[in-house]
Design a protein around this ligand. Structure first.
Ligand code: COA
Length: 257
């Protein structure tokens, strides 16, 4: 049985990491299940946006499974770290936007998974953090790379070296999350963002994400070269013809049906 539940409705897939007895902590089976669930949604033409959340009202994901890591040697850590990184890359490279609905603790690997998503919406009760150094280890699923890109080097240095908790309001203030909403409105807010995205051309969305992802870390000149390539390629698609023609004909474009 998978540790990740999947529900699809109106082109929106909701994936729920479901291991509530340990606050959705991630062992290798949960990592594999999550990667596979995301990949299934990427391959499914009935999915346009993915919302990722955690089971229960306490945690998104409280981190990698500490009990599993306790007995791990260097080789095991390399395999576990690589598997976790690959899973975050599958999320980050998804051509369909992945929204993290952060419903509680997003610590360690949980914070890292949320940062691999294209955007984050947090409930007021959410808490972020990279507390690995408290355990004598470090964030190994992309945390040292994605956190500074989101919040800047100085703040990332502080969060990672102190291992302190970051409450939802602070997370919003430093740019770690896009929105903070009351817990009861979290899913509604994510679905409303997803519906707005779904009105737009799927290929245009995918190519836009591709430009942003590949452009980060390159020079502006290299980034713009990627942008103009994707821009021109879209003009060969039915989708662009439909979008541009619909505007001229003063009607709504039909991208998905
Ligand atoms: N790995 C394995 N088990 C975990 C876990 C993790 N990352 N996080 C929580 N759990 C388990 C606890 O061991 C406990 O299990 P038990 O009932 O068998 O003892 C259960 O989840 C509930 O957690 P508990 O600590 O009792 O809840 P709490 O409300 O008192 O505290 C946290 C919540 C999130 C502050 C606390 O669980 C915690 O610090 N977790 C570890 C966070 C962390 O360091 N993550 C990074 C790992 S690299």
């Amino acid at each position: 049985m998978s540790f990740v539940l999947k529900e699809i409705s109106g082109y929106i897939a909701v994936l729920t990491i479901n291991r509530p007895d340990v606050l959705n902590a991630m062992n290798d089976k949960v990592v594999a299940d999550l990667e596979s669930a995301v990949q299934t949604c990427i391959d499914d033409k009935n999915v346009g946006v993915i919302i990722l959340t955690g089971s229960g009202d306490k945690a998104f994901v409280a981190g990698a499974d500490i009990k599993k890591m306790q007995g791990m040697g260097q080789e095991g850590a390399l395999t576990f770290g690589q598997a976790g990184q690959d899973m975050t890359l599958t999320i980050e490279n998804s051509p369909k936007p992945v929204i993290a609905a952060v419903n509680g603790f997003a610590l360690g690997g949980g914070c890292e998974i949320s940062m691999a998503c294209h955007l984050r919406v947090a409930s007021e009760t959410a808490t972020f953090g990279q507390p690995e150094v408290l355990l004598g280890i470090l964030p190994g699923w992309g945390g040292t790379q994605r956190l500074p890109r989101l919040v800047g080097t100085g703040m990332a240095n502080e969060i990672i070296t102190t291992g302190r908790m970051v409450k939802a309001t602070e997370a919003k203030n430093i740019g770690l999350v896009n929105h903070v909403v009351p817990a009861g409105e979290l899913m509604e807010k994510c679905i409303s963002i997803a519906k707005q995205i779904l009105k737009n051309g799927p290929e245009a969305i995918a190519q836009s994400l591709d430009c942003i992802r590949k452009g980060i870390g390159t020079s502006i000149i290299d980034g713009m070269a990627i942008e103009v390539k994707n821009f021109s390629e879209l003009f060969g698609t039915e989708e662009a013809k439909e979008g541009l023609t619909a505007f001229v004909e003063k009607r709504k474009p039909s991208f998905r049906d």
